[in-house]
Write a new protein. Structure first.
Lengths: 486, 296
């Protein structure tokens, strides 16, 4: 069930009514309701994978109890490794099996031995990377004694399968989300109203920005060898906005939906394309994954405590693993590696924590220096997204080669294939996105108003009207959310 | 909670109001929308000739010119339509009006794939007027359903030529001129796939009603033209052969149309080009339409 579908438009109000009007007096019943509807939500894609979700949930629940009950460190470690092994085993099988088999076969073939690749038609269960990481953080936190094991199975199962975040995050922590399922929820008008605005803004980003940019990006990337450098660069820029609109739009909808139920989720995006350097970008892009890797991989590896070499090594490891988390393709590894290359100079010069505040804090417009910093960082991310979007490494390099050739100075050749008026409308919509988010860059999302910024009801409702018209009138064809495949 | 539900109710009311306002704007300002409303309301008329097709026929078949020349004609073509839409419109017309003597179906090489697409579709604005359905209007509200008509509205706002364009006897007439700078590829002899079942149904419907029918391949831009003869045989779905009058032949269309003056955009004729091609059609096809008469 997609957030931008008619089914969800019926599903959400039904669940809302049941949650607040039928089951409102009992937390356990509310949680049970959320669990059931989350399973319905998930089964809408493929009911067969419900068993995998249920098994993964039960495994981590059981392992968590066992770790807590363990009398020795050895026993505790056994349950930790068992749980991590099985979780990563499932993830590895569904996500990476064919990749490793194909690559291994190719490597053996290079040595002169030909064998049949034993690939399988594996369907990737939607959201497996996300709920696996939920479970892992829970187990590791119990092992590290940061939290105690959850005794109530339903409460734990809701934490893993809570429908707003089940298929594409944000990746939650038990320390943050589980306590919210344990206490009574009171309907808060301000939170719910702001949640609705966040849903509206998320829909705009998904339907208007991502789905329309996808048309151009797909057209250009799918026939990249036929285009000149300027078209390829524009295609990469469209993909840059597509992936931002798609993923941050999904996150906004997820956060907004969750707020309707009185549950606050972790923020996942903080206007990353206004970053002044790559380090800042990574503090603002897919925050829940970046912090997950920081807490469960970078710090355990020693973080930045062990000298320059260890800092550099650990940085490369988390970026490459982060790339690999996105999918079984060398392009994702290259994307991670390139981002690490971008990041390392800042780390070595000790400038990776220079830009921690909102840009610019006191002025409406950035300074010339800040403008160039933002533009340069944006350019670097555009180049990195080429690896992310390309089918293979050689396509990515050939696109980049063409972009840095003379053909980038010629008129984009993709223009003739598209109706100019639509192109102008879609570019204007990107402008609306940038201006709105710039105006609200100190807020949690692009439509978060307060009395100081938009005190008049008429003006506020006019903004809603305009956004609704944009969504309905300029919405692109319904595409799946990109991050469902991860 | 009640405040939230109240605000949510207001929000839904706003969405409904915006959709109604959009419908009103379309009714007042969109020529495409107005035309479909008009043709859905045609009753008890006695047109001798009807033109069907997509935007190429809408711009290119000059019903006013034919009427001035003694043949009372109406252009029923709809922009961006599939041949299934043409069938729907013709069936409805025949239910409520006297049958015409002749139906001209304007086909096209350039847009053949859309008009004769393998997946049939009825234009949403046609469905809106011909098959009103409240459920459809809720799940697919007008702002979403008639997205592409908003582009026409924008063109009207931006362009004076679009504002000054008129609908005359169903033909969209504009003096706007954009030269056709495309180049003829040469030696193009591939026939359009005419096996769409809806085209056969139009032919059958005309046969049953003893209406003459002309299939004509309308001219596109230079790069879409062909070298096929002026009359070639098309094979329809039921394997019957039917003549197609080929105005998209490069030599013929180049003799009629001025690339620098007669186009309003890619593959679309302006009113000057439309009149020229209709004159040629009248003199060389309609006057000789005995050849397409249904045999007893």
């Amino acid at each position: 069930m997609l957030f931008n579908s008619i089914e969800f438009a019926v599903f959400l109000p039904l669940v809302f009514i049941l949650y607040w009007f039928v089951f409102q007096k009992n937390i356990s019943r509310q949680n049970l309701l959320i669990l059931l509807v989350s399973y319905v939500f998930y089964a809408w894609w493929d009911w067969r994978f419900l068993f995998l979700l249920a098994f993964s949930t039960f495994l981590d629940y059981f392992a968590g109890l066992k770790i807590e009950q363990s009398k020795t460190e050895k026993e505790s470690k056994f349950w930790l490794i068992l749980s991590i092994g099985i979780n990563l085993g499932f993830l590895g099988f569904f996500k990476y099996y064919n990749f490793f088999v194909t690559e291994l076969t190719a490597a053996i073939a290079n040595a002169g031995i030909t064998i049949d690749p034993w690939t399988l038609k594996v369907i990737l269960p939607v959201g497996i990377s996300f709920y696996t990481f939920h479970g892992l953080s829970y187990i590791i936190d119990i092992y590290k004694k940061r939290i105690i094991a959850e005794k109530n199975f339903v409460d734990y199962a809701v934490f893993v399968s809570y429908f707003p975040l089940l298929v594409a995050g944000p990746i939650e922590r038990a320390t943050h989300l589980l306590p919210q399922f344990k206490r009574a929820r009171v309907f808060n008008y301000q939170n719910a109203a702001d949640g609705m605005r966040q849903i509206l803004w998320g829909l705009f980003k998904k339907v208007v920005i991502a789905d329309n940019c996808a048309t151009y990006a797909n057209d250009i990337f799918n026939s990249s060898s036929e285009h000149n450098g300027s078209s390829l660069f524009i295609g990469a820029v469209f993909f840059t906005f597509q992936i931002y609109g798609d993923f941050s739009g999904y996150s906004d909808i997820a956060l907004g939906v969750s707020r309707l139920f009185g549950i606050e989720l972790l923020r996942n995006f903080a206007f990353p394309y206004f970053s002044r350097d790559i380090a800042e970008f990574w503090r603002r892009w897919h925050i829940s994954l970046s912090t997950w890797f920081r807490d469960y991989l970078y710090f355990p590896l020693g973080g930045s405590k062990g000298g320059t070499w260890m800092k550099v090594r650990n940085t490369f490891i988390i970026f490459i693993v982060s790339g690999f988390w996105h999918g079984a393709n060398w392009t994702f590894l290259a994307w991670g590696f390139l981002n690490a290359l971008y990041f390392i100079p800042l780390l070595l010069l000790d400038k990776n924590r220079t830009n921690l505040d909102i840009i610019p804090t006191h002025n409406f417009l950035p300074s010339i220096k800040e403008f160039f910093q933002i533009s340069f960082t944006f350019f670097l991310t555009v180049i990195a997204w080429i690896f992310f979007r390309s089918d293979n490494i050689s396509q990515a390099f050939s696109i980049i080669g063409e972009i840095f050739s003379k053909s980038s100075l010629s008129i984009p050749d993709f223009l003739g294939k598209h109706d100019m008026i639509y192109l102008i409308i879609h570019c204007c919509m990107i402008g609306v996105l940038l201006v709105t988010e710039w105006l609200h860059r100190d807020k949690q999302h692009g439509l978060q108003f307060n009395n100081a910024t938009l005190h008049s009801k008429v003006r506020r409702w006019s903004v809603y009207a305009v956004i609704v018209v944009f969504i309905l009138l300029f919405g692109g064809k319904q595409n799946n959310f990109i991050y469902f495949q991860f | 909670m009640s405040k939230f539900l109240q605000k949510f109710g207001w929000f839904l009311a706003l969405v409904i109001l915006l959709n109604l306002m959009y419908l009103l704007v379309l009714v007042l300002f969109s020529p495409g929308f107005k035309k479909i409303y008009q043709i859905s309301q045609i009753r008890n008329q006695k047109f001798e000739v009807l033109a069907l097709g997509n935007s190429l026929a809408l711009d290119g078949i000059d019903a006013e010119y034919l009427t001035k020349n003694g043949i009372n004609t109406y252009n029923l073509a709809v922009a961006g339509s599939h041949v299934a839409t043409s069938l729907l419109i013709l069936e409805d017309y025949l239910k409520h009006n006297q049958k015409p003597k002749l139906v001209i179906v304007g086909l096209s090489a350039a847009y053949g794939k859309a008009y004769l697409n393998k997946v049939p579709f009825n234009n949403p604005e046609v469905e809106f007027f011909y098959h009103p359905n409240w459920k459809e209007n809720i799940t697919n509200p007008p702002l979403m359903n008639f997205q592409w008509l908003s582009v026409d509205l924008l063109k009207i706002i931006i362009s004076k030529d679009h504002r000054n364009a008129t609908l005359v006897k169903g033909q969209w007439k504009t003096k706007k001129t954009i030269p056709d700078n495309t180049v003829y590829k040469g030696n193009s002899n591939s026939v359009i796939d005419y096996t769409d079942p809806y085209l056969s149904k139009i032919v059958d419907l005309c046969r049953k009603n003893r209406i003459n029918i002309i299939l004509t391949e309308l001219p596109g831009s230079n790069n879409t033209r062909n070298d096929l003869p002026f009359v070639y045989e098309a094979t329809l779905k039921d394997n019957t052969k039917f003549p197609v009058f080929n105005l998209n032949n490069y030599a013929i269309s180049s003799g009629i149309i001025d690339s620098s003056k007669d186009w309003l955009g890619v593959n679309h004729l302006n009113q000057f080009g439309g009149e020229k091609i209709t004159r040629y059609l009248l003199e060389n096809v309609i006057h000789n339409s005995e050849i397409t008469k249904i045999k007893e």
